[in-house]
Design a protein around this ligand. Structure first.
Ligand code: FE2
Length: 182
């Protein structure tokens, strides 16, 4: 995945995130601080260039915007056309999501795999993440599914505590399990 351009705003965001990830704080605390760092950038009209807001008809699109030289974090934009969604998944690292345009729908799950009954998922929450909102999480307990349930293009900016340009994805595991109500 090539990083084609670095807008001045993304360069500034990357510099600010680098300052936060330098700390020895637990992953969840780092992600909380990165979320605070990301918030003001979501209001910048020139945060992304035209290429970085381009989607595809067949699947949601990931554009790698920046990778830390020491691979401590990476920044991507995700572009969702109407109806596009992820699989149910968890992540390789802590993650911060900021919605840049539109409304992103997120559903949270808990894995039940205690050997007493067949492994399954329980839906634990659902949220509509609006433009300028951020959320953050760190493994374990980070199973979710994201979709664009609207009629408009949705764009979000994600910061991961790993180099997703090398990994290709932020997904650690895909969960193809039945979903039950609690
Ligand atoms: Fe995710």
């Amino acid at each position: 995945m090539a990083i084609r351009t670095l807008t001045p705003a993304i360069a500034a965001l990357a510099a600010d995130v680098a300052t936060v990830v330098r700390s020895d704080a637990p992953a969840i605390e780092v992600s909380r601080q990165v979320a605070d760092t990301l918030t003001p950038f979501l209001a910048m009209p020139d945060l992304l260039d035209a290429d970085q807001t381009r989607g595809r008809a067949d699947c949601y699109t990931q554009h790698v915007l920046y990778v830390d030289p020491a691979s401590r974090f990476s920044i991507v934009s995700l572009v969702w056309m109407p109806g596009q969604r992820t699989v149910i998944h968890d992540h390789v690292s802590w993650c911060v999501v900021g919605v840049y345009q539109g409304v992103e729908q997120e559903t949270l799950y808990r894995l039940v795999d205690d050997g007493l009954e067949p492994a399954h998922l329980v839906r634990t929450g659902q949220s509509a993440n609006l433009a300028a909102m951020t959320s953050f999480f760190a493994p374990p307990g980070d199973i979710h599914e994201v979709c664009n349930a609207s009629d408009d293009t949705v764009i979000s900016v994600h910061v991961y505590g790993a180099d997703v340009s090398t990994l290709g994805t932020s997904i650690r595991r895909r969960y193809d399990l039945p979903v039950r109500t609690a």
